[in-house]
Design a protein around this ligand. Structure first.
Ligand SMILES: [Zn+2]
Ligand SMILES: [Zn+2]
Length: 271
């Protein structure tokens, strides 16, 4: 049965079915997010579906980005990866309407859903039910799950094979379980906002993106180190236009150094 629980209008995360909206959204009250000045706002799945749709955009062979229009909540995009071993959805969207289900079913359905971190938990339990597939969340972020579901699989450790040729890696930082998805055959890294691609097509490493609170240099060095063994050429983050299409591995390494230089008070520009 579909969950008709209230949805936080600021982060897009759903809560269990209830007569009246919850008092608080734990995700928005955390320092990494925010409660708007007008106070906590709620919506419902039917209200959301009445005014929004999902659009699908080809990004690279086998890689389709999905986003909700007009803008809703955080505004992240999800990615559908079509591989010989099956289809994977990276991150998730709050809006799951019939059109979205029919289109994805037409493309072969989903074999797994993988979440980078709690800001995109959205209606992930509903997606898992609709496509009858496991929903992978790192165990370190278990306490942020708002709607428990038997399909949510908490993975542990530093990496996990999702399907042959698709692996998730925990980098930490933004959240203890913050992760990236690696598709070695296509040399693609999907970053969520575990690291965010910036307008100058480099990367930033923040603890809070809306509030601009950076990660410390030690954590960023550890993220860079964890990425070093992975081969990739392009990197796609959670937002439209925020991607690096060539030489992403080198650019992200350089971005980590830039971030650490800034935190240490070392000059970033040559004079
Ligand atoms: Zn919220
Ligand atoms: Zn986030």
């Amino acid at each position: 049965m579909r969950n008709h629980g209230f949805i936080c209008a600021t982060c897009g995360v759903q809560y269990p079915s209830s007569e009246s909206p919850p008092e608080h959204c734990a995700i928005c009250e955390d320092e990494r997010q925010y409660v708007p000045i007008e106070g906590q706002q709620w919506t419902t799945p039917s209200e959301l579906a009445a005014g929004h749709s999902n659009l699908f955009r080809h990004m690279a062979p086998g890689l389709t980005a999905i986003g909700t229009v007009p803008h809703f909540a955080i505004g992240q995009r999800a990615f559908l990866l079509r591989t010989p071993a099956g289809n994977v959805l990276w991150d998730c969207l709050t809006l799951l309407d019939e059109a979205t289900i029919e289109i994805i079913e037409g493309l072969g359905g989903l074999d797994a859903i993988v979440l980078s971190h709690p800001h995109y938990f959205s209606t992930m339990a509903e997606w898992g039910q609709a496509f009858d597939c496991p929903v992978y969340v790192h165990a370190a972020d278990r306490d942020w799950v708002t709607v428990p579901d038997a399909r949510i699989e908490f993975w542990e450790g530093e990496s996990r094979e999702i399907l042959p040729g698709i692996d998730v890696y925990r980098l930490g930082g933004h959240f203890p379980g913050a992760s990236v998805l690696h598709w070695p055959e296509h040399e693609i890294l999907l970053t969520g906002d575990t690291l965010l691609i910036t307008p100058d097509r480099m990367a930033s490493f923040m603890w809070s993106y809306p509030n601009n609170i950076p990660l410390d240099a030690g954590t960023v060095e550890s993220i860079a180190q964890r990425l070093r063994p992975l081969a990739f050429d392009s990197a796609y983050s959670a937002f439209w236009g925020r991607e690096i299409l060539i030489d992403a591995k080198h650019v992200i390494e350089e971005s980590a150094q830039r971030h650490c230089r800034a935190l240490r008070g070392q000059p970033n520009v040559s004079t």
